[in-house]
Design a protein around this ligand. Structure first.
Ligand SMILES: Nc1nc2c(ncn2[C@@H]2O[C@H](COP(=O)(O)OP(=O)(O)O)[C@@H](O)[C@H]2O)c(=O)[nH]1
Ligand SMILES: [Mg+2]
Length: 264
């Protein structure tokens, strides 16, 4: 078990390219994603040290990823949320709007299945699925491995859909330029207060499924206030992938961030 978040990092990590170029579909059973394992790590009093080791190792790999992205002119966005908040749906709509203008690619993180990668593949962009097995977050080494399986969107945007979880993924830098936290209106407006680490680590917050607001007691004003109380630097977007409301400002931000990154 991983002492940082309790996930079992030794079990069943797979990296698979979906769609596109046949023959490059790959499975990796080797294991190197920044976790420290072993009986000695479970001794009382060692938890803090082990956690520091894990996070320090992850930070080194994240810095290497970030340098690589910088040299390739790639804007990497790490999408974080609880399961079902609409990450993949938002990506499908964003990609359909932007793929004629910007080079795009996606790394999908889930414990099991290729389902999200297959949805993204249907939009026509390059996608790699990372299955974390029992693990509850992506880490920088998994991203490094996934990068070996894909065509990098040079001068464009790499979206990384993290494993659905509002807790552990906040601790793991992947080398991204921005963390984008997503919260749907069905989750309750108090989530920024209950999961402050995630909202503090992010600099973008997207509130999704706003078409459902008439059917819910969700207090949008309070949600905005809570999010900004936790992190005044947050830039907020409100979208409905279903109706299309709010997708223009969100896509404008992605477009500008992607192009700005290319010029740096
Ligand atoms: N009403 C509504 N449903 C949505 C919207 N976006 C996503 N969903 C639904 O929410 C569910 C989970 O979406 P998905 O994109 O798979 O979430 P993920 O687990 O965060 O990737 C699916 O049934 C979607 O159809 C939206 O804007 N409005
Ligand atoms: Mg998804």
């Amino acid at each position: 078990m991983c002492d940082t978040c309790g996930c079992d990092g030794t079990d069943g990590i797979r990296v698979a390219r979906v769609g596109g170029h046949a023959g490059r579909h790959a499975h990796h059973d080797d294991h190197d994603h920044g976790h420290s394992h072993g009986d000695e790590d479970a001794r009382p009093g060692r938890t803090i040290l082990v956690e520091q080791d894990i996070l320090a190792k992850n930070r080194d790999q994240a810095d290497a990823n970030r340098t690589f992205f910088h040299h390739q002119g790639v804007l990497a966005l790490n999408l974080l949320s609880s399961p079902g908040s609409g990450k993949t749906t938002l990506l499908e709509h964003t990609i359909r709007r932007l793929k004629g203008e910007l080079a795009l690619a996606v790394i999908e993180g889930d414990q099991q299945t290729l389902r999200d990668a297959e949805r993204i593949s249907a939009t026509g962009v390059d996608v790699v699925q990372v299955n974390t097995g029992a693990g509850c977050h992506l880490d920088a080494a998994m991203i490094h491995r996934a990068l070996h399986q894909m065509e990098l969107p040079q001068g464009g945007v790499l979206f990384i859909e993290n494993v659905g979880n509002l807790v552990c993924p906040a601790m793991f830098d992947l080398g991204e330029a921005h963390k984008v936290v997503i919260i749907s209106v069905t989750e309750g407006e108090d989530k920024p207060l209950k999961y402050p680490y995630m909202f503090r680590e992010a600099d973008i917050c997207v509130i999704t499924k706003t078409d459902l607001l008439p059917h819910l007691d969700f207090d949008l004003t309070a949600c905005r206030r809570f999010a900004l109380e936790v992190n005044p630097r947050l830039t907020l977007f409100e979208v409905s992938a279903k109706s299309g409301a709010g997708l223009d400002p969100w896509c404008d931000w992605v477009r500008q961030a992607g192009r700005g990154h290319e010029q740096r």
